[in-house]
Design a binder for this molecule. Structure first.
Ligand code: GLN
Length: 478
């Protein structure tokens, strides 16, 4: 059925390449005979899974939605793809994205924009950069999909399309074979229709990988979750700094309702301050382009990347410039210029170094409000009794924008969408976005003149390594 849906929904442009259909079908029937799916609600066994196009696969091209990689076919599968297949998942194809992961609307793609028309047939943004993965899940083109989240690219599209999107703690899932955008932030994430499905995929991938130098060692992993009993009631933190004046009314209502729901289940609510949050976005947009400018230097038409036409025999500088000018889209070029500037001798102190300091402050803010210590940095493993177990806040300030409005926005406006997702990225914390629909009576009271009522994405952020707790709270909300 999902394979049929992929063919039926080509107009959405969520899927950019497909594995061989006959072999998926035969694998599916073998899987079905061995173990009927109903027996395994969480297991990826025998399920169709799609993978973002910046994750290497041998069966199809891996383009990262960039012209510079339009002909690239990886000689190996990424570790996460191998792990999915080892768990019996049927990897069936690749999903559309913003070029190299840079964007929030799915518009910056060599394959053309991803287009969501689920809500009243109007064309909206499915979000980015993992917009293809999110939309494929939302339109039942797969059971689950992999995305990558550097500053919100799994959580934001999940919020816009009404699915669950999980960014695990940095270093848990392997990045081997995942095309780098900003290494210190890049995280493979999972999108699915419900928390069980997302957790099933996460469990299959949450394994140490010696090929990824930032993969967390088994000795560190073994500490997670073992320190304290996870018994209710939990202390839920409400970060007041996320309550900005431009918050959409539906989003604000959904936030209040989710807090109420958790309170009704016996958890307690506590306001907290995360003052560095207001500088997090600026810091992110210095650090991520800086790392990107260095990562993308290798795409020059000689070492990597599709060489521009007619430049053979020209001096290297011309060959590089023409290849990079033709191969990279405008947003990627902007990031390369921004990054090269903020790392340059005259600017590094005022930009890159300052942003690194803000990043540290953001991490310290989180550590000061959580009950559990951050096991990567804490000197003692003592708990802060006045701290909170998890934070609950919106994933994005607005609902999915109309595609035409998104196209008209300037880059800074687009960057503003990431305001609630980048703090957890800078701190490497686990964070999940779950769809919360706004109840009818509230719609009538508060949204009188609005005709579109949808779900808003709510984000649960946990201490480093508290991935299972974040998933558990998410399950209580949806
Ligand atoms: N919108 C953010 C950016 O463009 C998020 C990217 C991501 O998480 N890959 O940098």
């Amino acid at each position: 059925r999902q394979l049929e849906n992929i063919l039926k929904h080509t107009n959405l442009n969520a899927v950019v390449s497909l594995y061989d259909r006959a072999s998926i079908l035969s694998a599916a029937s073998v899987a079905e005979q061995r173990a009927p799916q109903s027996a395994h609600p969480r297991s990826p066994y025998g399920r169709i899974v799609l993978v973002k196009d910046n994750i290497c696969t041998t069966a199809t091209p891996t383009t990262a939605a960039s012209g510079i990689l339009k002909n690239f076919k990886s000689p190996y599968d990424a570790t996460v793809v191998k792990q999915l297949e080892a768990a019996g998942a049927l990897v069936a194809g690749k999903t559309n994205m913003d070029e190299f992961g840079m964007g929030s609307y799915g518009l910056n793609s060599y394959h053309g924009p991803t287009t969501m028309s689920r809500i009243k047939g109007e064309e909206r943004s499915a979000g980015g950069s993992s917009g293809g993965s999110a939309l494929a899940v939302a339109t039942d083109q797969c059971w689950a999909a992999l995305g990558t989240d550097t500053g919100g690219s799994v959580r934001l599209p999940a919020a816009y399309t009404g699915v669950v999107g999980f960014k695990p703690s940095y270093g848990l899932l392997s990045r081997w074979g995942v095309i780098a955008y900003a290494n210190s932030l890049d995280t493979v994430g999972v999108l699915g229709g419900d928390v069980d499905c997302v957790e099933g995929v996460f469990d299959a991938l949450n394994v140490y990988d010696p090929q990824d130098p930032t993969s967390l060692l088994p000795s560190t992993r073994s500490h997670f979750g073992s320190i304290r009993a996870r018994n209710s009631p939990l202390r839920i933190g409400i970060p007041l700094d996320y309550n900005i004046s431009t918050l959409d009314l539906t989003v604000r209502t959904a936030w209040r309702q989710s807090l109420q729901r958790l309170q009704e289940r016996g958890h307690t609510l506590h306001t907290v301050r995360l003052p560095a949050t207001r500088h997090a976005l600026s810091a992110y947009y210095v650090l991520a382009p800086a790392e990107a400018s260095s990562n993308l230097a290798k795409y020059d038409g000689v070492r990597y990347g599709n060489r521009a036409e007619g430049v053979d025999g020209t001096p290297e500088s011309v060959l590089f410039a023409k290849t990079r000018g033709a191969g990279f889209g405008p947003e990627v070029q902007r990031r390369i210029l921004l990054g090269a500037f903020s790392l340059s001798a005259q600017a590094i102190d005022n930009y890159f170094i300052q942003a690194q300091k803000v990043r540290r402050l953001v991490q310290q803010d989180f550590d000061s409000v959580f009950k559990a210590p951050n096991q990567l940095v804490a000197k003692s493993l003592e708990e802060n009794d006045n701290g909170v177990d998890v934070l609950l806040c919106p994933t994005a300030p607005t609902l999915a924008p109309f595609l035409n409005d998104a196209k008209r926005q300037d880059p800074i406006q687009a960057y503003m969408n990431d305001i609630f997702t980048v703090p957890a990225s800078l701190a490497g914390l686990p964070a999940i976005s779950v769809p919360i629909s706004v109840a009818e009576e509230d719609r009538d009271r508060e949204l009188k003149n609005r005709d579109v009522v949808e779900s808003a994405g709510m984000q649960i952020i946990g201490q480093y390594g508290d991935d299972k707790l974040v998933l558990d709270v998410a399950r209580e909300l949806v």
